[in-house]
Design a protein. Structure first.
Length: 192
């Protein structure tokens, strides 16, 4: 084989490796950019602290209208069709955990949740995830004009607890829980 032909073959192979490297790097860069976008929470518009905690759902969101059969605890309900629903973005003290004893203010959170929703028609709105690992629906809950998730946090029955990708109201719940803590409401007063 002649030296010129050998150089052409080597140059062809190097050119092919160079193009392949660019394609791989471009694909990797695109993948990383898309992965980072998915992890970043969407911006949340925060209402003024002067607005009452009874904000209505956005009209453009699709909602499911259902009736609550029973309240399981402060942040979980069962519907008349047997489905269980876990409130997104908040966490109330435990009542029925297999490895934890009843936590401070758990009973009060369940009683307040019963007052708000048990036997009532509610509006459920989904964020990104449909169900959690226990197959409970993950939803924002409204009864009338009351945004139940936010109300429980603002009145001191729940703390903020966000699990991506369901972050639409994370800042709202954080502000509500901080407000309850500052005002020494509910669990923030009782569970020191």
């Amino acid at each position: 084989m002649m030296k010129g032909e050998y150089n052409r073959r080597v140059n062809k192979k190097l050119f092919f490796i160079y193009i392949l490297s660019i394609i791989v790097l471009f694909g990797l860069g695109t993948y990383l950019l898309n992965t980072n976008k998915q992890k970043m929470p969407l911006p949340v518009l925060m209402p003024s602290k002067n607005i009452p905690s009874t904000s209505a759902p956005e009209a453009s969101q699709s909602a499911e209208i259902v009736t609550v059969k029973r309240v399981v605890d402060g942040d979980t309900i069962e519907l008349i069709d047997g489905r269980k629903v876990r409130y997104i973005g908040i966490d109330t003290p435990e009542l029925h955990h297999p490895t934890k004893k009843v936590q401070c203010f758990g009973q009060e959170a369940m009683i307040k949740n019963k007052e708000l929703v048990e036997g009532k028609t509610i509006k459920m709105i989904k964020d990104v995830s449909d169900v959690d690992r226990y197959k409970r629906l993950l939803r924002y809950i409204y009864v009338g004009d009351v945004f139940v998730n936010e109300y429980l946090a603002r009145e001191g029955y729940a703390s903020q607890s966000t699990f991506p990708p369901d972050v639409k109201y994370a800042e709202l719940f954080l502000t509500a829980a901080e407000d309850a803590r500052e005002k020494n409401k509910g669990l923030w007063k009782a569970c020191k």
